[in-house]
Each structure stands twice: as structure tokens, then as C-alpha cells.
Write a protein that binds this ligand. Structure first.
Ligand SMILES: C[S@@+](CC[C@H](N)C(=O)[O-])C[C@H]1O[C@@H](n2cnc3c(N)ncnc32)[C@H](O)[C@@H]1O
Length: 212
């Protein structure tokens, strides 16, 4: 099932990528929230897509099953690797941080997927997730779209609390979170500044550190 969902991106890569050009304030708002938690060092984005986050956030490596998505990510100066997050082609303790944005929602077994990511993190390395909070106006908006097979088809949305529960079982310690997208869907006019925590914004960034 995960492979079928991934195949959609191979087909619809152009449409997916162009969305960021037609939602500029929203895109910049999400980048600002991610910037709050980005560490330095060797980083990997799993489900890098076309590199819309890896590139501006200086994440050196990006993994994705979709060749067409990766072609664009490469043009955006990301070092790309074709593959699935369930089986990463990296040794234990390779990275200082791993970023996963709008991808955990597509996988069949999220705890297993995250455990595999943590395997490749150095001790104290950071696991960073960017999600749409299911319990927000944006979560409701995208769940409706997904149900009609429009954008985000095949997504199973999470709440931040659900991700924190998974963190407890995969050898990481939750550190901090930021939220943004306080203006209502379908789009925002002004770029927003992120705030700490979650529960109010549509987009939530969660950061955890690998236990020693
Ligand atoms: C919604 S897109 C997000 C792309 C990028 N992170 C962004 O926010 O623009 C989801 C991406 O995850 C990739 N993907 C789907 N299943 C995957 C898997 N099992 N492992 C790694 N990546 C996967 C898709 O090919 C797609 O590029």
C-alpha cells in the first residue's frame, strides 16, 4: 500500500511541486517553523520530495522512492538517494538529524518507520517531524480533501499527542515543538511567526533527541 501511495508522487510530481509556488506565504510560514529547530551537521530528509524543505533548510541528503521528485530535489542542490524509509541504505549512527515532513502520514507502520530513522541517528541526534495537526482547522480541511481524493489522498493524519506517544516507544526523548498556520484554510495572506507548543496552529514541528 505504501508503494502505491508513493507511486502517486512519481506521477503527480509537477502538480505537487507547483503547489508551493501558488501558496508562497503558507510555504514560507512552514519553513519559519522548521527553522526554529534545525540543527547543524549531517542531515537527511526522508520523503524529501522535490526538496522544497531540504534545500532552504540546508539538509544535505534526501531520500525518496520517486525518481521524478528526486530529479527536482537534485536541481535544488540536495544529494539524493532513491529508496524507502522503511529500509534505509545507511549505517547505524550516520546522521546528526533526520527530517520528515508530510510523509509519516503515508506509511503503513509509522512506529517501525521512525525506529528505522532513529537507527541511523548518532547519539543525541535529532528526529524532526513536520505534520498537519488532525485536530486543527487545517487538519479538517485536508481530511475532507483526502476523502474526496483531491490533495493528500492516502494520508492518515496525526495529532501531535499521537506522535509523542510513538516517541515513547522508539528510544527518543521529546524536546520541543513549534506551531504555525493560525490563519484559517484554504490559504494564508501574511507570513506568520511560529509559536512554541501545539494545539492552536495547523502545522506543528516536533523535535526529539535520540537517547544515549
Ligand atoms: C507529501 S510528499 C512530501 C514531500 C516533501 N517532504 C515536502 O514536504 O514537500 C510525500 C513524499 O514521501 C515520499 N514517500 C512516500 N512513501 C515513502 C516511503 N515509504 N519512504 C520514503 N518516502 C516516501 C513520496 O514519494 C513523496 O515524495
Amino acid at each position: 500500500m505504501s508503494r502505491e501511495k508513493a507511486a502517486n508522487y512519481e506521477k503527480n510530481w509537477r502538480q505537487y511541486d507547483e503547489w508551493y509556488d501558488t501558496h508562497k506565504s503558507l510555504y514560507q510560514t512552514e519553513i519559519k517553523a522548521l527553522e526554529k529547530v534545525m540543527p547543524s551537521g549531517w542531515g537527511l530528509e526522508i520523503g524529501v520530495g522535490t526538496g522544497r524543505f531540504a534545500s532552504p533548510l540546508a539538509v544535505r541528503y534526501g531520500l525518496d522512492p520517486s525518481f521524478n521528485m528526486l530529479k527536482l530535489a537534485k536541481q535544488r542542490n540536495v544529494n539524493v538517494i532513491q529508496g524507502f524509509g522503511e529500509n534505509l541504505p545507511f549505517k547505524n549512527e550516520s546522521f546528526n538529524f533526520i527530517l520528515i515532513v508530510f510523509t509519516i502520514e503515508l506509511v503503513d507502520d509509522p512506529p517501525r518507520f521512525l525506529k528505522e530513522a532513529v537507527r541511523t541517528l548518532k547519539k543525541d541526534g535529532a528526529l524532526i517531524l513536520g505534520i498537519i495537526d488532525r485536530n486543527s482547522l487545517w487538519g479538517e480541511f485536508y481530511e475532507q480533501k483526502a476523502a474526496k481524493n483531491e490533495s493528500y489522498a492516502g494520508f492518515s493524519f496525526f495529532t501531535p499527542e499521537e506522535i509523542l506517544e510513538i516517541f515513547k516507544n522508539i528510544d527518543v526523548e521529546f524536546e520541543e515543538s513549534f506551531q504555525t498556520l493560525f490563519q484559517p484554510p484554504p490559504d494564508i495572506k501574511d507570513i506568520e511567526q511560529p509559536k512554541r507548543g501545539f494545539g492552536k496552529g495547523g502545522f506543528v514541528v516536533l523535535k526529539a533527541a535520540k537517547n544515549n
